[in-house]
Design a protein around this ligand. Sequence first.
Ligand code: B16
Ligand code: MG
Length: 225
Amino acid sequence: MLKGLIFDLDGVITDSAVYHLRAWNQLASEIGIKLPPEASDDLRGRSRMDSLQVILRYGNQVGKYSDDELAEFAERKNTAYRQSIKAMTRDDVLPGMLQLLQQARQQGLEMAIASASKNAPTILHNLQLESFFPEIVDPDSLQHGKPDPEIYIAAQHLLKLNADEVISFEDAAAGVTAIKAAHQFAVGIGDAQVLRHADYIVPTTAQLHLDQLEAAFDHQFQGLS
Ligand code: B16
Ligand code: MG
């Protein structure tokens, strides 16, 4: 039986993924790397330092910099990113998400955030969504980033639920892999090919409807029993 929903933040609740990409592109060009279009899917959902390694790989620069230099690059990107998210408001919640959250709350479903972003609390504050999410996984408490399942298992434990009692939402292939490795029901939002391992895929958040999600979840659950 469905008892909880676990949400990724960037690309699911709001489109801060575009701000991440813009800030990474800026940093990449400053160190002489031109990112190809497919980098945008590779960067989604990865932790800050993992993202930096993805960028260095694209520029054949892995191993070129000291830890201090890497930390300075990450800090530079984060400063640019934080500047972009300052102007976010309730209007930046993606279509359909507020209704989904309100309906879920009315039905008594537990909700948590499983975001790799250390900026998640700031974004939730700017979007005025803090009251929906008493439980947010602290990414600093984790050993491994997505696609490792750790963050989704941690969110499920915060909600005190079992894997077969939650639906988790992702826009990133790495995130869907993480959800499936946690044995949870995965909803992918975005490109059907990129997110093909999800249990249920929609092109945008506007196509998310709680009744349909519950029907798909129940169908899969019955199929297993
Ligand atoms: P920060 P999510 C992820 O958030 C982003 O998708 C990813 O692009 C970013 O690098 C990561 O957070 C870390 O974010 O630099 O703000 O700590 O999709 O897991 O909500
Ligand atoms: Mg995401």
